[in-house]
Design a binder for this molecule. Structure first.
Ligand SMILES: *Cc1c(COP(=O)(O)O)cnc(C)c1O
Length: 455
């Protein structure tokens, strides 16, 4: 077993630390700016929304950040998550590639998101917070935070993107079972929501709008904080348990990935599996190809602009430099609701600019084809978001076949699709279409980017 691994895991094989890639990057990402002053934000600017422990993690450059005991105790319920070799899929594809997947669907909420939800709920409870307001797209994040809130006795209010609220009633039921309150967004509960509904009473919603609603509620109440399920540095940090475990598991299998594939919405599951391997590479370890797979209908990394932008539609958040489609952009209502975000995690955007990762975009039908092929070979039914990673991994395996080489491919199967069966029903019924975004709306959203002078 390699030294890194021995150091980071104890006998339980659950990481003792989260891995912070900021310690190993050749250059730091650009600072987060206050939209009023255009100066870098300080801890005081973020204090109305987040507990100080998370703000410290957000700006930390320490390589290892200790995972608190109570959080590890909860991780124990499903961590370490299994790493599988997809031998039957390899056979079905007739590929010389070795395909591995790390399966995060074993968490209680069914995805990677509880890895950060549990940590965020813990730090909020330590800070005496009574309630957390948040947004959710497909409902994966909302149900993860609802689960974590139930464990730590924190009330959770979830603003759920309207199109998913209607498409996925069972996710809502799960959140309510855990004790959370779930509201369709845009809602009439906030200024941000009411302003959108005035212009379009049937607005399908977007993550950007739901974030505005949750931030508005959190900023206006002392006992209420805000939590985000992706994008921010501390969220990506918490997800690094995935990649650290994978390093140890590959060690046991006497292999090492040549290619790592993850789907990207806000970038957290991709970062979770990729960053520990990328960090090892940056410290002189083996070079790996990292492939981020995004939906062609919301292609921030492949079609967005690398620029300062707001994280939400009502412009309540600070400005971060990221690949963005513009904060007012509303992607079409395709089925991978967790990937419908206009921006990308600043850390993922930064490493893309540094040339350390690649990005590809796929339409949804080819992703469902891949997901169905995977389910028939491996038995696990992936979430629509995860189907993007499955497609990416299968395409890498088919490339190995064409080139007649055996490479080791690792992808993150970030969640199961048991609450997304309507999407599969639509796929089998031939009702799924490859939606494209409106080019003129994208142009308009990009034209509306805030102007930030080069620092
Ligand atoms: C939320 C979610 C995503 C997208 O978010 P990331 O931060 O990019 O990981 C992808 N897959 C699943 C299953 C999700 O729940």
């Amino acid at each position: 077993m390699s030294d890194t691994v021995k150091y980071l895991l104890d006998e339980t094989r659950i990481p003792k630390f989260w891995y912070n890639i900021a310690a190993d990057l050749p250059s730091p990402p650009p600072p987060v700016l206050h939209p009023g002053t255009m100066q870098p934000v300080g801890p005081a600017d973020l204090a109305p929304l987040f507990p100080m422990a998370l703000i410290e993690q957000e700006v930390s450059t320490e390589r290892e950040i200790m995972i608190p005991g109570p959080v590890r105790d909860i991780y124990r319920q499903w961590r370490p998550s299994p790493l599988f070799r997809a031998r039957r899929l390899e056979k079905a594809l007739d590929t010389p590639a070795r395909i591995y997947y790390k399966y995060e669907g074993v968490s209680p909420a069914g995805s990677h998101k509880p890895n950060t939800a549990v940590a965020q709920a813990f730090y909020n409870r330590e800070a005496g917070i009574k309630r957390i307001a948040t947004e959710t797209g497909a409902g994966q994040w909302g149900s993860s935070l609802a689960f974590a809130g139930a464990l730590f006795g924190i009330e959770v209010d979830v603003y759920m993107v309207r199109v998913s609220y209607d498409q996925k009633p069972y996710r809502r039921a799960l959140m309510e079972t855990y004790g959370a309150r779930c509201v369709a967004s845009p809602s009439t509960e906030t200024h941000a929501g009411r302003a959108i509904l005035e212009k379009n009473p049937r607005h399908p919603g977007s993550l950007g709008i739901a974030i505005s609603e949750a931030v508005e509620i959190a900023a206006s109440r002392d006992d209420t904080n805000y939590a985000l399920g992706s994008v921010l540095n501390h969220v990506l940090l918490h997800q690094t348990v995935i990649g650290q475990e994978a390093i140890a598991q590959f060690d046991m299998a006497n292999d090492y990935p040549d290619v790592i594939v993850g789907c990207t919405g806000g970038g957290s599951n991709f970062a979770g599996i990729a960053f520990p391997f990328l960090g090892a590479q940056l410290r002189g370890g083996k070079k790996v190809r990292f492939v981020a797979v995004e939906p062609a209908a919301c292609p921030s990394l492949t079609r967005g602009k690398y620029a300062y932008d707001f994280g939400d539609t009502a412009h309540l958040t600070p400005l971060t430099k990221m690949h963005t489609l513009g904060s007012t952009f509303t992607p079409p209502g395709f089925h991978a609701g967790g990937l419908r975000y206009h921006g990308m995690a600043p850390l993922v955007s930064h490493i893309k600019e540094l040339g350390l990762i690649e990005a590809v975009a796929y339409h949804q039908i080819q992703c469902f084809e891949a997901g169905v092929q995977f389910a028939r070979a491996e038995g696990i039914l992936p979430a629509p978001e995860a189907n993007h990673a499955v497609r990416g991994a299968i395409d890498e395996a088919l490339k190995c076949k064409r080139e007649g080489v055996s490479r080791s491919i690792l992808f993150n199967l970030c969640g199961h699709g048991h609450f997304d069966m309507q999407a599969y029903i639509d796929y089998f019924g031939g009702k799924l279409t490859d939606q494209t975004y409106d080019e003129s709306e994208l142009a308009m959203a990009l034209a509306g980017l805030p102007s930030v002078k080069a620092a």
